[in-house]
Design a protein around this ligand. Structure first.
Ligand code: NAD
Length: 369
């Protein structure tokens, strides 16, 4: 098969980490008989420099014409870069918001997976970690409190601020369906998180999730209140497979879940709409402090490419091959600087650890797919 991939890569460490993800994809193509075509799309700081806009209509059209978009990161040093002296709607991040909106990317996926070899980076106790955990946070991205009506006004001499949280049943149904579909590709369990003991929007959420669940009889599901979920994530993260939740709860829970896995350089993400299209990107930013040094960790971007294989192209075998290659490279002791063990210097462990740069890490993973 042939696939068209839009590539956004020019800010910060973007060119370095995206090159490695392309290298791994090309290796997959060679091994499994696929051809990946790449089209460069300007977005963020590089687009501001070239066009004066963080995302042009031409770039949006190019993204829409692609089967999927693979992104490195956008932005620069927010204190020193001239991009941050521009009005907010002209800054690099405005390009990303515009792209999400233009493509109606309502479903955000962030895996939280603890690698055996990186257990040392997990702040949880050994007995809680056990054999590790592997969960997916599925967050609604375009509705709820962040998109509701808001105002600040003076009422009887008192300044009062109001934000509104609105969801309609269609918005809930489409994200719930996505959540159950993702669970079908995993361990077939959905934990739907809400605050149904207080909020009307959560009660509707719960009802629509229950209706949707009937279409997926193989998937077991449960409801959990958000405050309990925040506790359970640190008490027993192993219990979760897919956590399905609304925008603000997902914002908070996905950061909590990712924090217990270790380095930002390992965390992939995807934003999907109701077609097969997806925007795939590492969870971290453009890391201007290490850009151009050849030391950035490309694994989050490589794992984002694996998500693209699985969720947009339905190439599960190929996605498994990439994820297993990453596990092998870690098991063999290769580390970029951000995931070097801190405490084992001088111990037996330290002898088995080999520090590599961005390009070598990409080579090692590509060689093992
Ligand atoms: P950042 O994530 O870029 O960097 C935070 C720290 O993590 C830095 O020390 C950096 O070196 C390190 N880091 C990040 N990715 C790494 C990797 N792959 N390998 C090794 N180390 C890595 O966050 P920041 O410094 O707050 O933001 C820098 C710029 O990135 C800003 O302009 C910000 O707006 C932008 N940003 C973009 C996105 C996005 O593109 N979706 C997300 C977050 C931040």
């Amino acid at each position: 098969m042939e696939y068209q991939i839009g590539v956004i890569s020019w800010d910060g460490i973007g060119p370095e980490i995206v090159a490695e993800a392309k290298k791994v994809l090309d290796q997959i193509g060679e091994k499994y008989g696929h051809v990946f075509h790449y089209k460069e799309i300007l977005m963020g700081g590089c687009s501001i420099d070239a066009t004066g806009e963080p995302l042009t209509e031409e770039a949006v059209a190019a993204a829409k014409a692609s089967d999927a978009v693979l992104m490195g990161s956008i932005g620069g040093n927010t204190s020193t870069s001239p991009w941050y002296r521009l009005p907010p709607e002209k800054r690099p991040e405005a390009g990303l918001l515009k792209l999400r909106k233009s493509l109606n990317l309502f479903a955000n996926l962030r895996p939280a997976y603890l690698y055996e070899e990186l257990k040392g980076a997990c702040p949880l106790r050994e007995d809680i970690i056990g054999a590790g955990f592997d969960m997916m946070i599925m967050r609604e991205l375009t509705g709820g409190l962040y998109f509701g009506e808001r105002r600040t006004e003076e009422k009887d001499g008192v300044v009062t601020a109001t934000d509104t949280l609105t969801y309609n049943e269609n918005e809930i149904r489409r994200i719930a369906k996505r959540g159950f579909e993702i669970a079908m590709k995993r361990r077939k369990k959905v934990t739907s998180v809400d605050k149904a003991n207080v909020l009307d929007s959560s009660r509707l959420w719960r009802r629509v999730v229950e209706e949707t669940a009937k279409e997926y009889p193989e998937v077991s599901y449960e409801h959990m209140l958000v405050d309990n979920c925040a506790m359970q994530l640190v008490k027993d993260p192993k219990q979760f497979d897919v956590i399905l939740t609304e925008n603000m709860f997902g914002d908070i829970l996905s950061d909590e879940a990712s924090m217990v896995t270790g380095s930002i350089g390992m965390l992939s993400s995807a934003s999907l709409n109701d077609t097969k299209f997806g925007l795939y990107e590492p969870s971290g930013g453009s890391a201007p402090d290490i850009a151009g040094k050849g030391i950035a960790n490309p694994i989050a971007t490589i794992l984002s490419a694996a998500m693209m294989l699985r969720y947009t192209f339905d190439l599960d075998k190929e996605a498994d091959a990439v994820e297993n290659a990453v596990k092998r490279v870690l098991a063999e002791g290769y580390r970029t600087v951000d995931i070097l063990p801190q405490e084992s210097a001088g111990t037996k462990d330290a002898q088995t650890i080999v520090q590599v740069g961005t390009k070598q890490m990409g080579d090692l993973i590509a060689a093992r797919v």
